[in-house]
Design a protein around this ligand. Sequence first.
Ligand code: GLU
Length: 478
Amino acid sequence: MTVRVRIAPSPTGLLHVGNVRSALFNWLFARHHNGTFVLRIDDTDVERSEQQYEDDIKSGMTWLGLDWDEGVDVGGPHGSYRQSDRFDRYRDVVDELIGAGHAYYDDRSPELLDELRNKAQKEGKHPNVYIRRPDTEATSGVVRFSVPQDAPIEFFDLVRDEMRFEAGVVDDFVILRSNGTPTYHLASTVDDVDYEISHVIRGEDLLSSTPKHILLTRAMGADPATYAHLPLLFGPDGKKLSKRHGDTSLKAYRAGGYLPEAMFNYLSLLGWSYDSETTIFSVDQAVERFDLEGVSKNPAVFDVDKLQWMNGEYIRAIPPDDFAQRARPLIEVELGHPPTESEWSIFVEMSPLLQERVKLITEVGEMSRFLFVDDVDFDEQSWSKVMIGETPVLALSVAIRHLTELGDWTVAAIEAALRAVLEETDLNPRKGWQPLRVAVTGSQVSPPLFESMAALGRPGTLHRLSVALNRLADEPEG
Ligand code: GLU
């Protein structure tokens, strides 16, 4: 089987996760069948299309590893893969269709068309069913496709099985606007025919367009592609996925600390499953197993919490060096400059502990901030919870003494010293160590205490313990 599939986003907004899921399924299908994956840009809407959105589409796909074999930038045997370059071709097809009686000019007034729609509506029919070829021939206006009324449109959808649309419910749809620009139906179908697309894999929202595309394809004298309509994405509350459920642009997830591998894995599960139990698998494994027969008809749930959990799993699975390198840009942001050698080695010492704790790479910045500042910004909530009464004063002052006297500044030695603090003060670890943690890292939630102190070094640690002690001394009682 020769597989040629395409993704055809419109560059009128940021790449949406729904489109990314479609792209990913097309890509998996192409790779599984050693086929060709095409990236086409559907920019017939010249007004709303913008270069920045095309760039966002391409960089998003590249980030996720969805490389395309033909299409914008990489080229291919079909000339341009941008619809705005192909208006002459669409025009030619329209002329041929008119010549062959498959399409006609329609100059009826909007009022007249409204009347026809109202009539249909009153009879409980599809609002457009009376929009059929009038008796009089016009020579200008929009161009409509003349839907043959002799037979229903039937096709086998690889996800939804047998599909059948009565010809009567498909209106004579517009293929060319009066300003000469093609509609989506025309441009998309002509491209699918010209680029010899074998399988059209796209969201179910386009299912009702498919009978139109099939009729157009036949009128062009070609064989329709095989269709597969993917289930729509819903939020965990069962409503159609929208901003209410979280970010919907891929860009937001890239910026939000997700790894492309995790995103890939998660998106591949939206309508497909690897087997009945495996949730985490590699790209190669997915390619090996993927097929459209395994795609479900049921709506797929996009659940940010599950994605975040999966991201945490992926973060813990990468080698420590790799993790540190991926976190590097965030450290650079924290510092405001590329890390110096000593700053970098402080971070690298802490890095495996952060790797254990974060679900998003972006959390690394905040969690390691304390390492690089002269004085920590105390998280006021942590401060007011922990730094109350006499206990913190006692814990801090005894710790300062023990840590000052300490020989080696190693994790093990620090731990021994801090255990001695508990013994001397008769405090439990929570009471005795939480004040030290807040003093050193600024927050109750931090990487482990001994390691944090070790990475920070003795002078830095002692300085922070004293700053906290002084602040406590300055605070009014009560
Ligand atoms: N430009 C269309 C979209 O982004 C393409 C749909 C299709 O795959 O046919 O929705």
